[in-house]
Write a protein that binds this ligand. Structure first.
Ligand SMILES: [Zn+2]
Length: 120
């Protein structure tokens, strides 16, 4: 292909993917992260940035029940009332921004709002 500067492309790619020091540091951090339940997914995650490889810990049923009661069954986003079966637990601060899977960082959204939020 003419007109493509392969040198620049290569350097960008290299710095992004193969900075081994950064990868080591991040791997170490992820191994110690209790919310990362699938340690074998750490390397694929670092390469792709797809959180599905890490199986980030889900909120427990006890947490869901507690937050549901605290919210009195009302979805935080649309303010409608739902049964607990119609709702899903959501990280208030996303995991990749430092939010943990704890009661403090849990909110209940109706399924529709949760879908809208996560863009799935
Ligand atoms: Zn809602």
């Amino acid at each position: 292909m003419k007109g493509v500067d392969w040198g620049i492309l290569y350097n960008t790619y290299k710095d992004e993917k193969y900075n081994t020091k950064d990868i080591e540091k991040e791997t170490e951090k992820l191994i110690l992260d209790d919310d990362v339940t699938k340690k074998s997914g750490i390397y694929p995650y670092i390469l792709t940035r797809n959180e599905k490889y890490l199986s980030i810990r889900a909120f427990s049923d006890a947490t869901k029940q507690k937050i549901y009661e605290k919210q009195k069954g009302v979805c935080v986003a649309c303010k409608e009332k739902f049964e607990i079966e119609e709702m899903e637990a959501d990280h208030i601060t996303p995991w990749h921004e430092g939010g943990t899977t704890t009661d403090k960082n849990c909110q209940m959204l109706c399924k529709e709002c949760n879908r809208r939020k996560s863009g799935k």
